[in-house]
Design a protein around this ligand. Sequence first.
Ligand SMILES: [Zn+2]
Ligand SMILES: [Zn+2]
Length: 270
Amino acid sequence: MFVDSHAHIFYEGYKDDLDEVLRRAKQSGVTRIVVPGTNVETSREAIQLAERHEGVYACVGVHPHEASTASDAFLREIEELSFHPGVVAIGEIGLDYHYDFSPRERQRELFQAQIEIAQRRNLPIVVHTRESIEEAITMVRTAVEALPAWRTSGNENKQNDPLRRGVFHCFTGSVNQCRELFRLGFFVSYPGIVTFKNSPVVATVREIGIDNILLETDSPYMAPVPYRGKRNEPAHVVLIAQKLAELLALTPEVIADRTTHNAKLLFGMP
Ligand SMILES: [Zn+2]
Ligand SMILES: [Zn+2]
């Protein structure tokens, strides 16, 4: 059983064959799919998907790309949406200094405000970074220090597991940055990029192992080899698991067990 912890299956590209996409996921053993919103509208769509399809869970949040169009009213809406029973996290939120679609100051403001929503709601966060990892880690560290009691529902009945607060998705940072994130209660996840030739993340993956990793496809983007460049879909998470198994000299079953455990712990999924 696999969890795809990050798939935007609300996009237009799935409009005609979503049922097929979900059927292929199930057939491949992908029993749970987490769908992060990118603005208020897509957060609502993520919730609708969670209502309609078994094994689909929603995250609500405003992506840094959309920060310049978001007002304080949007933040209130995100907080209200977070009460829906299908919502398992606030996301995706963060900082994107590669595209800079929104002013950085506004991105930081919105990231901070949404971390605070997660803290009020005892929810984890799904964090997006691009050329902004160090600053995002600093902001998360400050938030954890300001409220060490920030915990997530998934942690409630699992006293033996370490406290978890979120995931840095599509992670491209260093081993040291990973270790700091693990210390702060975060997982990291790698999409299809790990299967690419000369992938920059392979060395890090080998070093950090499987204990603090989630699986994700980042659909519709980042399709793994041999689908690179095509539309991605949750069933392909299996290819990422196979690659991780190969890199870490483990069986795909061990990868599946461990990452599914991690995802259930973080998102409080049954
Ligand atoms: Zn992202
Ligand atoms: Zn995303």
